[in-house]
Design a protein around this ligand. Structure first.
Ligand SMILES: [Ca+2]
Ligand SMILES: [Ca+2]
Ligand SMILES: [Ca+2]
Ligand SMILES: [Ca+2]
Ligand SMILES: [Zn+2]
Length: 326
């Protein structure tokens, strides 16, 4: 069942034009900011499992609505090694954070994030302190980026309470999760490293072997499941974002032992900070694009990248230029 829209929303084409118009500056690349549907221009994709994932997500969204939650899964983006893997969007319209949104207990115009320390250790031998520091470095990079100068990114402490909800539906359930979790402990949760089975469950066959990490964005919906746009910016209102890392990589017990998560490691190792910079780029609103151009937001891992490239900045600038100055 597809939710109906309460009010007419602009078509994708109109939004694309808007995006191009706002992103149009002489020195900027012509790449669209990539906030709409996932694109895989130059990337070979695995067999398309997105239809099954969309169906499962729609089931989950109905469960959330039945339990009285006003949030729904809107988009999932996979970062892979090797072949690309298409992400999903439930609606055509893009989504953006709403400043001062009381529904997510917004910290004013700040955006908050939290690192779930209980899932910080990797099978490749990294400590939770090491992976948390790498995620912090990635967020600090976005926070210090000129394109994000209007927004302040703030870290929230991990109280130990379960800060994630997506894993409940696709992995642990009531028995192992101990409950749904609290979706509003922070706007963005870097949820840490999860077992291979979780990535198979979300990504479909081969997901656990190919997906390094993924980002899930939820939007706000009405009691009948209709997406909201309370600030009238023609973007669906982002409710929360969760980022999950695949603990398969570097696990001595499996076939990805040769691609271990590490700190500042070159390929074939996988650099935590690079993946965190990419994933939290999604959390802040970017979609995939390229290659070309080479960018942090390319959908396939390409080695250490600790700084945004021009296409990433063009996208972020389009997303955040109208954010109110604090
Ligand atoms: Ca925890
Ligand atoms: Ca959880
Ligand atoms: Ca959250
Ligand atoms: Ca909106
Ligand atoms: Zn991605």
């Amino acid at each position: 069942m597809k939710p109906r829209h309460a009010a007419p929303l602009p078509t994708l084409a109109a939004l694309a034009l808007l995006g191009l118009a706002t992103a149009c500056e002489p020195s900027k690349p012509t790449t669209p900011p990539g906030t709409g549907s996932p694109s895989f221009s130059a990337t070979k994709s695995q067999p398309d499992d997105s239809a099954a994932l969309v169906a499962r997500v729609q089931q989950v969204n109905q469960q959330l609505a039945a339990q009285g939650y006003n949030v729904a899964i809107e988009g999932i983006d996979f970062l892979t090694i090797g072949n690309g893997r298409p992400g999903i969007r439930i609606h055509q319209e893009g989504f953006r954070w709403v400043p001062n949104d009381p529904r997510r207990d917004a910290d004013g115009t700040n955006i908050t994030y939290l690192f779930d320390q209980s899932n910080g250790v990797t099978a490749s031998g990294l400590s939770a302190g090491q992976t948390e520091a790498a995620v912090d470095a990635a967020l600090a990079t976005w926070a210090g980026d000129r394109a994000l100068k209007k927004v302040t990114i703030i870290k929230r402490a991990d109280s130990g309470a379960d800060p994630t909800i997506f894993d409940f539906f696709f992995f642990c359930g009531a028995s192992r999760c101990g409950g749904l979790g609290n979706p509003f402990l922070a706007d963005i949760v870097d949820a840490g490293f999860y077992p291979r089975a979780f990535f198979d469950a979300v990504g479909g066959p081969g997901g656990g072997r190919g997906i390094l990490a993924f980002s899930v964005t939820f939007i706000f919906v009405t009691a009948s499941g209709v997406p909201t746009d309370i600030n009238g910016d023609n973007y669906l209102d982002t409710a929360l974002n969760e980022v999950y890392f695949n603990n398969t990589f570097g696990d001595p017990a499996n076939d990805r032992v040769g691609n271990p998560w590490g700190i500042d490691v070159a390929l074939p190792g996988i650099d935590v900070q690079t993946v965190a910079l990419h994933e939290n780029g999604h959390s802040l609103g970017l979609g995939h694009f390229g290659p070309p151009p080479t960018a942090v937001m390319n959908p396939v891992y390409g080695g250490i990248r600790h700084s945004p490239l021009p296409a990433d900045d063009a996208g972020m600038n389009a997303l955040w230029r109208s954010w109110p100055n604090p």
